[in-house]
Design a protein around this ligand. Structure first.
Ligand SMILES: Cc1cc2nc3c(=O)[nH]c(=O)nc-3n(C[C@H](O)[C@H](O)[C@H](O)COP(=O)(O)O)c2cc1C
Length: 370
């Protein structure tokens, strides 16, 4: 296993890092550690890099691999009953002694039970996704001494979540894979980071390299969250065909779902374009026509559109059906070029961040791009 936590020594031994002198590496490493100190502190791990929860992908193997490599793995409970989540938490615990979190979707009808499962297992960090959480859900999680992380899509929203007791905020831009908001990561970061320092803020969406991580840390982020980059981790159980689709794809292939008519809203999801994307447009067209000629009620038409993607992520991730399934992916998919272990991915990101720092402390001719 590659020791990311002990990066300075392992980096010296790699061909890629030979341009960085050991003293410079130590200096840069200390600088990076200062930059993400708040993130490391709230997560309790070595690298303030969260492996964003991905339904069907973020299970015991990937989560424990990320945490064991010094990052922070997060279980995605999106596809799990309370019983399955309980088993998954126990399985992660058996694979790592390091901290990890659980992602809960606020709209899940079993949210109450899922919170109880987290409390029962003394999960230290709960990430609440999918809209404004209820004050009751926040209170119940915090009363069991867990830290609550919440997603915010605007400054006012972030401030409200802090008032409600959020221990950290994740701001996720439109470049991300999966469900997305309308604003880019860069703009959200500028909107929120300079004005909110009460709690640590993690930036997500479109991050594929360490240079971007460093940039957001220097803007005031406490850490980052990456999803797409971890899909092709060797430890990820995603089907080989799902991984191949990621490896082949370019940034421009990860597109948001299209809505044909504002009267029939479509939940915006970023995914790799595939035959299902085309089919979704055809289905929308057909359903809207049936509604307009009175064959379907507005509500029935809306439900048909919403049901189109039901089960589609599982079909792609688990069954490998990359034609009919949903290939949720962020624009950072362009940086996914091969299968690597989670430790290698994390090490690469750290080396890239350290390289920028080293460039600033060395004369130009001694600088090596890694
Ligand atoms: C396949 C896939 C599934 C995802 N599922 C979830 C989920 O269940 N819950 C959630 O909060 N975010 C989910 N996300 C978002 C990630 O947690 C993460 O925030 C996002 O991927 C970060 O942007 P990036 O993909 O550009 O790295 C998913 C993303 C992908 C690519």
């Amino acid at each position: 296993m590659i020791e990311v936590g002990n990066f300075s020594r392992s980096a010296e031994s790699t061909e890629a890092a030979k341009g960085i002198e050991s003293a410079a590496v130590d200096h840069c490493r200390k600088r990076l550690d200062r930059l993400w100190a708040r993130g490391r502190d709230v997560l309790g791990c070595e690298l303030a890099i969260m492996g964003g929860a991905m339904t069907w992908v973020s299970e015991r193997n990937l989560v424990s691999a990320i945490s064991n490599a010094g990052g922070f793995g997060v279980i995605a409970s999106g596809s799990m009953s309370p019983e399955l989540l309980s088993a998954e938490i126990a399985a992660v615990r058996a694979l790592t002694e390091r901290p990890f979190g659980v992602n809960l979707i606020t709209l899940n009808p079993h949210l109450h039970d899922l919170i109880e499962v987290c409390a029962h297992h003394r999960v230290s960090h709960v990430v609440l996704a999918g809209g404004l959480p209820s004050a009751d859900a926040m209170r119940r999680i915090k009363s069991r001494d867990a830290r609550v992380f919440c997603f915010a899509s605007a400054l006012g929203f972030a401030r409200k979540l802090v008032r409600m007791g959020a221990d950290a905020i994740v701001i996720e831009g439109n470049e991300a894979g999966g469900h997305i908001g309308p604003v880019s990561t860069g703009v959200l970061a500028q909107e929120i980071l300079p004005h909110l320092s009460d709690v640590p803020i993690f930036v997500a969406g479109g991050i594929g390299r360490g240079e971007a991580i460093l940039a957001y840390l220097e803007m005031g982020a406490a850490g980052v969250q990456l999803g797409t980059r971890f899909v092709c981790a060797r430890e990820s159980i995603a089907h080989p065909r799902f991984k191949q689709a990621f490896i082949r794809a370019a940034a421009r292939d990860a597109v948001p779902s299209l809505q044909l008519d504002p009267r029939f809203p479509v939940i915006p999801v970023r995914a790799l374009a595939n035959p299902a994307t085309e089919r979704f447009l055809a289905v929308q067209r057909e359903v809207i026509e049936r509604c307009l000629c009175g064959e379907l009620s507005q509500r029935a038409a809306q439900l048909e559109i919403e049901h189109f993607w039901a089960g589609a992520l599982r079909r792609a991730v688990i069954d490998g059906d990359i034609e009919a399934g949903s290939l949720m992916a962020g624009q950072s998919v362009g940086f996914v070029i091969r299968e690597q272990t989670a430790a290698e991915i994390l090490q690469e990101l750290v080396i890239q961040a350290l390289t920028v720092l080293s460039m600033r402390s060395q004369p130009e001719e001694q600088t090596t791009y890694l």
